[in-house]
Design a protein around this ligand. Structure first.
Ligand code: SAH
Length: 199
């Protein structure tokens, strides 16, 4: 916790949420003993659970716009979903790999999280059904932000997403207002790529 604070996670409610959500249930048993290290961990299918600092940072940035309805692209293990669910009324999360969808749903059920819904679908399509979203958090990196996500963002809304190719990704903040989009870079990051299609 102290390390997260030193790294710039200043929002007490985010620190509390990271503290509350048991990270070990989001990784396979073989990895469970490493679950509390500040590092990314494998979750199968060549995918990774982000390090707690990145989860905390992205959550903290998104919260600044006080989003009520949120879309997450890339459920993965469901860990970020669980943390984020504490801060919004409704959270919708899309994941392209069906096996990860099933496991993540189970974990959220175990934690009695009932305001988060996971869909097996391709994030390149966004999720029209519940749009517009006050916040969109993307946890896999596209080369550029898909237009459909910008379209599904509400006025006053914010996207937090890694953007770019493998070794050169920027964590970006994109704010939408009546005057258009304002984009900022936060820092260099490394996420798995956003891949199109379901499996
Ligand atoms: N936030 C996750 C980490 C996700 S890793 C966690 O806390 O565990 C990125 C995830 O995005 C992977 O599970 C990957 O399958 C998923 N993904 C990649 N491309 C996608 C797409 N087009 N639509 C939906 N999910 C996608």
């Amino acid at each position: 916790m102290e390390r997260l604070r030193v790294q710039g996670i200043t929002e007490p409610s985010v620190l509390a949420a990271i503290n509350e959500v048991p990270r070990h249930i989001f990784v396979d048993e073989a990895m469970a003993q490493r679950a509390y290290e500040d590092t990314s961990l494998p979750i199968g299918f060549n995918q990774t659970l982000s390090q707690p600092f990145i989860v905390a940072l992205m959550t903290q940035i998104l919260l600044e716009v006080k989003p009520r309805v949120v879309l997450e692209v890339g459920t993965g293990s469901g860990y970020q979903t669980a943390v984020l669910s504490k801060f919004c009324d409704q959270l919708y999360s899309v994941e392209r790999i069906s096996d990860l969808v099933k496991k993540a749903r189970q974990r959220l059920r175990t934690l009695s999280i009932d305001n988060a819904t996971i869909y097996h679908s391709d994030g390149f399509e966004g999720l029209e059904r519940h749009a517009p979203y006050d916040g969109i958090l993307v946890t896999a990196a596209p080369k550029e932000i898909p237009q459909v996500l910008l379209d599904q963002l509400a006025d006053g809304g914010r996207i937090v997403a890694p953007v770019g190719l493998d070794l050169n990704q920027d964590l970006k903040i994109i704010d939408k207002s009546e005057n258009g989009l304002v984009e900022r870079n936060v820092e260099k990051v490394r996420f798995v790529p956003l891949v199109s299609g379901k499996t």
